[in-house]
Design a protein around this ligand. Structure first.
Ligand SMILES: Cc1cc2nc3c(=O)[nH]c(=O)nc-3n(C[C@H](O)[C@H](O)[C@H](O)COP(=O)(O)OP(=O)(O)OC[C@H]3O[C@@H](n4cnc5c(N)ncnc54)[C@H](O)[C@@H]3O)c2cc1C
Length: 359
C-alpha cells in the first residue's frame, strides 16, 4: 500500500479530550486493519490507506495517505463519521486540507439510465443501463450499490458535507440501496448489464420488474469480488452469485481449471457459462425447496477435494447461513488459508439487504 500512495489529506480537530478520542478511534479500528500505537499518537492502516493520528494540546491532528481519489474519500468520510460518533455530543468542526479539499461529490458515484430490461430466465431479469463512462466500471471490483429512488419521484442523490461526510436524502426522497454485480460491460454501446433475481415484492425485485427506458438510478462502486490468480478455482453460489461467477469465469485464463457449482430453483434457471479455462459446471436444483433453505451448496463443497498440485482459490456467494457454513468448512476441514478463498453472504433469509462480505 505504501508504494502506491499518491494522495494526501490532513485536518486538525479541536477537542476537549484528544487523547480519549485517539483511544476510541484506535479501539474501533483494530477490527478493520492494523493499529500501531506510539506515545500520543497512532498509525492506522487498512485497505483504503493509512491514517496518522496525533493527540496534542486541545486538538487531534489527522493525516491521511491513500492510493486514489475514491479511497481517499472513503477514509476521509469514515474518519469524519467516527469522530462525530465518538464525540459524545461535542461539536466537531472538520475542514480537510490537501488533495480533493472542498470535494462536493462522491467520487465513486455515477447516475445511469435504464435503456431496456428483459427476462433472461423465469426468475432473472437483465436490466441494461446506459452509462457515460462504462470503462470506469471495468476495474476495481465486480459489484455496485444500486441506489433506487422512490417510485414516481425524481431522484435526490447523496451529497457531501464540508467535513466529507455523506449526506443521504431522507423522508420522501429516501433511497433503497441494494448490492448487485455488473454482469457485463459493453464499451462500444456504453452499457452495463445487471442481472436481478426476482424473488419477492422487495425493492430490488420491484425495480427490475418495473424498470423502463429513461428510469434513473445511482451507482456507488465498483468494489469487491476480485479473485486472486490461481491454477484451480472452485466458483460456487446460488443464483444471486450467478452473475459474479459467470463474469469471473469469462475472465479466467485458458491455463486455469475451474469447478463451478451453482444452486438454482430448477432447470429453467440454468444459464450458459462461457470461459477460456477448462471448466466443469454442476447445477444444483432446489426444486420445491425455498431459496436459502437447503444444504446443497455446502454438501457440494464438502464433496469437492482440493487439487494436490497447483494453487487453489475458492469463491462463494450465497445466503448468509450457507456462506458461514462453507467458510467454516474451508478453514477447518480443508485447511484453506484466508488468502485462498472469498466467501460472502449475498443475502440473509428473512432480512433485507445483508451487507456482510464475510472477510
Ligand atoms: C457482493 C454482492 C453481489 C450481489 N450480486 C447480486 C446480483 O448480481 N444479482 C442479484 O439478484 N442479487 C445479488 N446480490 C444479492 C442481493 O443484493 C440481495 O438478494 C438483496 O437482498 C436483494 O434486495 P431485494 O430488495 O430484492 O430484497 P430485500 O429487501 O433485501 O429482502 C427482502 C426479503 O427477501 C429475501 N431475499 C433477498 N434476496 C433473496 C433471494 N435472492 N432469494 C430469496 N429471498 C431473498 C430477504 O431475506 C428478505 O426476507 C448480491 C449481493 C452481494 C452482497
Amino acid at each position: 500500500m505504501a508504494n502506491e500512495t499518491t494522495l494526501h489529506a490532513k485536518a486538525r480537530v479541536a477537542l476537549a479530550d484528544p487523547a480519549g478520542m485517539l483511544d476510541r478511534l484506535c479501539d474501533h479500528f483494530v477490527s478493520h486493519g492494523t493499529v500501531t500505537r506510539q506515545p500520543g499518537g497512532a498509525r492506522l492502516e487498512g485497505p483504503f490507506g493509512a491514517v496518522e493520528l496525533e493527540a496534542g494540546a486541545g486538538a487531534l491532528r489527522i493525516a491521511i495517505a491513500s492510493p486514489n481519489e475514491s479511497y481517499l474519500f472513503v477514509v476521509k468520510s469514515s474518519v469524519a463519521e467516527h469522530l462525530v460518533e465518538f464525540a459524545e455530543g461535542e461539536t466537531i468542526t472538520l475542514g480537510w486540507q490537501g488533495d480533493a479539499a472542498g470535494e462536493s461529490r462522491i467520487p465513486y458515484f455515477r447516475e445511469v439510465v435504464v435503456r431496456r430490461a428483459r427476462d433472461i430466465t423465469p426468475a432473472m431479469r437483465r436490466v441494461t443501463l446506459a452509462c457515460d463512462d462504462p470503462g470506469y466500471f471495468a476495474t476495481g471490483g465486480l459489484h455496485v450499490r444500486v441506489l433506487i429512488p422512490p417510485r414516481g419521484r425524481p431522484p435526490v442523490w447523496p451529497s457531501v458535507g464540508p467535513d466529507s461526510r455523506v449526506i443521504w436524502p431522507d423522508g420522501d426522497d429516501v433511497l433503497a440501496k441494494r448490492t448487485y454485480t455488473i454482469r457485463a460491460i459493453d464499451h462500444a454501446r456504453g452499457e452495463l448489464d445487471i442481472d436481478v433475481v426476482l424473488h419477492d415484492d422487495s425493492p430490488g425485485s420491484i425495480w427490475a420488474r418495473e424498470a423502463k427506458p429513461g428510469d434513473r438510478v445511482g451507482l456507488l462502486g465498483p468494489g469487491g469480488g476480485d479473485v486472486v490468480p490461481a491454477d484451480w478455482y472452485l466458483l460456487c453460489g446460488d443464483e444471486t452469485a450467478l452473475p459474479a461467477i459467470a463474469r469471473i469465469a469469462e475472465n479466467l485464463p485458458s491455463s486455469a481449471r475451474a469447478s463451478i457449482v451453482i444452486e438454482v430453483a430448477d432447470a429453467a434457471e440454468r444459464q450458459e457459462i462461457a470461459s477460456d479455462a477448462a471448466i466443469e459446471v454442476t447445477w444444483l436444483h432446489r426444486d420445491s425447496a425455498p431459496a436459502g433453505s437447503t444444504e446443497l451448496l455446502l454438501q457440494a463443497v464438502r464433496d469437492i477435494a482440493l487439487p494436490e498440485q497447483g494453487a487453489p482459490f475458492v469463491f462463494a456467494g450465497c445466503e448468509q447461513a450457507a456462506a458461514r457454513a462453507i467458510r467454516k468448512h474451508l478453514r477447518a476441514e480443508k485447511q484453506l488459508p484466508k488468502d485462498r478463498h472469498l466467501v460472502a453472504a449475498y443475502w440473509r433469509r428473512g432480512h433485507a439487504d445483508v451487507h456482510d462480505h464475510g472477510e
